[in-house]
Design a protein around this ligand. Structure first.
Ligand code: MN
Length: 418
């Protein structure tokens, strides 16, 4: 007997801020959550699973319009025509208080009550499923505390949307603990809410795990996303297998340049990194955030604004050579090749300047004239600074700016020396 454990589809999750990225494949990303859910249905049919468990947050929030429900009902209907039931639970995102539009789902869909724990028995296999959904966005009590004892001599699945361990006083996503779940004596715990798949499972006997979300929605949800195919033999879990459903895959990538690297080497290394992402994406769209770092000769070139723009454009152009590759963002964080201390020890104007900066940093005095200059700057640009989340009264920020100024000056002036 096999079943699929999935959660956090977040169908029609809005993709905020995507339009700020020039050339973003907006259409492809906009429909990614739907495509991933359709892939889940296809996998369930291909593997001829007994049923599908959806452990909460099927929807991201209120449906933009009824199309969200109509489209989802159609996917459920695909499973219905193959006699595959769906055990559906509401999470914090699609709690009754959040998603008020409703559809009458096809007969193969069984939705857990949000009023009290409810039990379903899958007739064909005798598997028993226990669960309770979210009535509101905030559920600070442990829902599993009211789940019934296991049905004897049966395979019992606990379905729960939860942030798991946490402070019951502050945690509002049905907090509980693995110990409490184990005590219930079920044979499997299908958890939802945490978007990172538990790999390995949080507990192996019985398996307790988050399947993760079906589709990463931004760079912090990187890597392969999908569902878990569970194989059960004689009321014991025999095998857990991850099946990918994502259609867009996010890659945070660091490219480290070496001392002798100039711009041609930069392009070469970036090219290799992008190619590796394309291979790992395995035919899906690879959305890549590039961080270029390391002490290198290319750094001096990258200090010039026009040159930076050219490099960014060239990198984007590299990605256009490939189908299904999108560079979401480029972070240039290279370092200069010169030794700062060596420059400071010199006897030219640059050395004098760098020694001044070093002195400012070591005897950090907020009442210093230089900092007072900053105060005036802060007064004039208060709105812009607060919008950018910059607090100039924060000594850490002042020191970071000083460090950046030091690097900028040293790079610009060191290059000019005879
Ligand atoms: Mn959730």
């Amino acid at each position: 007997m096999q079943f699929i454990h999935a959660a956090d589809a977040h169908i029609d999750s809005p993709l905020r801020g995507l339009e700020i990225y020039p050339g973003a494949p907006v259409q492809q990303i906009r429909y990614a959550t739907r495509e991933a859910f359709a892939n889940l249905v296809t996998l369930a049919i291909e593997h001829r699973v007994a049923f599908v468990v959806l452990a909460g947050d099927l929807f991201d929030g209120p449906w933009p319009d009824m199309q969200t429900g109509i489209w989802t009902a159609n996917q459920f209907r695909r499973l219905h025509s193959e006699d595959i039931p769906v055990y559906l639970m509401r999470g914090n995102h699609d709690a009754i208080s959040e998603v008020r539009r409703t559809m009458r789902w096809p007969d193969n869909v069984f939705e857990f009550s949000c009023e009290k724990a409810e039990t379903f028995v899958h007739e064909a296999t005798g598997v028993v499923l226990h669960g309770q959904g979210f009535i509101r966005r905030d559920v600070s009590e442990d829902l599993s505390a009211n789940y019934p004892p296991p049905y004897p001599h049966c395979f019992n699945i606990g379905v729960l949307h939860t942030s798991l361990t946490g402070d019951p006083a502050h945690d509002t996503y049905a907090p509980t603990s693995i110990q409490k779940l184990r005590k219930l004596g079920y044979q499997y715990w299908a958890l939802g809410h945490i978007h990172q798949r538990s790999d390995p499972p949080l507990c192996s006997d019985p398996p307790v795990l988050f399947s993760g979300n079906l589709q990463g929605r931004h760079i912090r949800e990187s890597g392969a996303k999908g569902c878990v195919l569970v194989t059960v033999e004689q009321d014991r879990v025999e095998r857990l297998e991850f099946l990918a459903t994502d259609t867009v895959r996010w890659f945070p990538v660091s490219v480290t340049l070496e001392l002798d690297d100039h711009l041609p080497e930069l392009y070469q290394r970036v090219g290799h990194a992008l190619e590796a992402c394309r291979v790992h994406a395995d035919g899906r769209l690879a959305a890549v955030r590039l961080r270029i770092e390391g002490a290198c000769h290319a750094h001096a070139e990258l200090q010039k604004f026009a040159q930076r723009e050219t490099v960014m454009a060239q990198i984007r152009d590299l990605s256009h050579g490939h189908d299904q590759l999108w560079v979401e963002k480029i972070e240039l964080q290279t370092l200069p090749v010169w030794d700062l201390q060596e420059l400071r020890d010199g006897n030219d104007m640059l050395a004098e300047l760098l020694r001044q900066i070093a002195a400012t940093r070591t005897c950090f005095d907020p009442s210093d004239m230089a900092w007072q200059g900053l105060e005036a700057l802060a007064g004039k640009n208060a709105l812009e600074l607060s919008e950018a989340g910059i607090d100039l009264s924060d000594p850490q920020i002042r020191l970071e700016w000083l460090r950046q100024a030091e690097t900028f000056l040293a790079t610009s002036l060191a290059e000019q020396r005879p």
